[in-house]
Design a protein around this ligand. Structure first.
Ligand code: RB5
Length: 148
């Protein structure tokens, strides 16, 4: 799978660990930055990765900031994106199985590297269940068409 990854300054170390983990599992990783420890604005990276996923340039996205919140909020403004903040594997499983989320977000100041790897592994190993969940996902996405 081709995975786009993005982060702010708070998540450089965790991004490196997650990138290595993904590559070990055979995934292609495209790093959209930041690679600098200088303080930066997380919406920039949330949007870049979200646009890569929405356009099909990447199959899935992973976003990491301090909490996972700001960067996922920015990503969720891009049409076609369903980004979920997951701090444990159960939510990651449900975000894929029921919500068909296409971006996983978490916080470098919230989860440690080993827990983050479990979250990522669960995410990647879980398929969308479809059925009644497809109707609900369609309803979520229809909200985009009613934006003022
Ligand atoms: C940066 O200090 C911090 O605000 C950011 O990493 C993130 O937690 C925002 O949601």
């Amino acid at each position: 799978m081709k995975i786009g990854i993005g982060n702010d300054h708070s998540a450089l170390e965790l991004k490196a660990e997650i990138t290595d983990f993904l590559k070990e599992k055979g995934h292609e990783v495209v790093d959209y930055g930041t690679d600098s420890p200088e303080s930066c604005d997380y919406p920039v990276y949330g949007e870049i990765v979200a646009r890569a996923v929405a356009s099909g340039e990447a199959d899935q996205g992973i976003l990491i900031c301090g909490t996972g919140l700001g960067i996922s909020l920015a990503a969720n403004k891009v049409k076609g994106i369903r980004a979920a903040v997951c701090s444990e594997p159960f939510t990651a499983k449900m975000a894929r199985a029921h919500n068909n989320c296409n971006i996983l977000a978490f916080g470098a100041r919230v989860v440690g590297a080993e827990l983050a790897k479990m979250i990522v592994e669960t995410w990647l190993n879980t398929e969308f269940e479809g059925g009644r969940h497809q109707r609900r996902v369609d309803m979520i996405m229809a909200v985009e068409d009613r934006k003022e």
